[in-house]
Design a protein around this ligand. Structure first.
Ligand SMILES: Nc1ncnc2c1ncn2[C@@H]1O[C@H](COP(=O)(O)OP(=O)(O)OP(=O)(O)O)[C@@H](O)[C@H]1O
Length: 197
């Protein structure tokens, strides 16, 4: 059965890293669903790879056209940043399985939209201290590090990912991303199981 895999986790839990590792496995033939955002592009990112970076005006047009599957808006230190998934033909269960990055909120909306039997959550976890270290190291490599935003996100994650929220969405399995290789092996095993391959 064709599925949609959604990679989730708190900030700096390794979503982008794990996502890249999974999608490099060509034998899985997973189609990569790229989300949309109005936040500014970060150093090292590429339009259409991590996200499609679009204007607020573009989002409003898509909303008028009823093309937005799920949408989240975050009030950051740098203004409102929108993240959304567009019904632009990328997700097609007839032609194959796909994978995307998500949040708990987007996962909930997407699960409701497509049905829970079609959507499989890949929820990453890293011990808080290690995760904060990784977040700080990553931020230091940016031309203009945004440390206050880093702290805001770290604290916001506490609320967003609380146990009752995970439970409400049926997320039981956690993928521990302390060790990249072990984590990836566990995820690949479950993806294959889900796809029946
Ligand atoms: N298993 C791992 N071991 C060591 N470092 C890791 C591991 N996974 C990710 N990292 C590093 O941790 C940092 C955060 O990872 P990544 O950017 O993939 O997280 P993210 O969940 O996508 O973050 P955000 O949601 O904040 O954008 C990166 O610098 C990445 O290289």
């Amino acid at each position: 059965m064709h599925k949609l895999f959604v990679v989730m986790g708190k900030s700096a839990s390794g979503k982008d890293t794990v996502f890249r590792d999974i999608t490099q496995r060509e034998e899985l033939s997973l189609k990569t669903i790229v989300g949309y955002t109005t936040r500014p592009i970060r150093d090292g990112e590429q339009d259409g790879r991590e996200y499609f970076f679009v204007s607020k005006e573009a989002l409003l047009t898509y909303q008028d056209e009823n093309k937005v599957i799920e949408h989240r808006a975050y009030d950051t230190m740098h203004g409102v940043w929108d993240y959304f998934t567009l019904d632009d033909g990328q997700i097609d269960f007839e032609t194959g399985s796909s994978i995307m990055l998500g949040t708990l909120e987007s996962y909930g909306q997407i699960r409701r939209y497509f049905g829970e039997e079609r959507v499989y959550p890949i929820y990453l976890e890293v011990e808080d201290g290690l995760r904060l270290e990784r977040a700080l190291l990553r931020e230091k490599t940016q031309k203009k590090p945004k440390y206050a935003e880093l702290c805001r996100r770290f604290l916001a994650d506490e609320e967003d990912f609380k146990e009752e929220n995970l439970k409400a969405l049926g997320i039981i399995k956690r993928y521990d991303n302390t060790d990249r290789e072990l984590c990836l092996a566990e995820i690949l095993k479950d993806i294959r199981l889900n796809m029946g391959i």
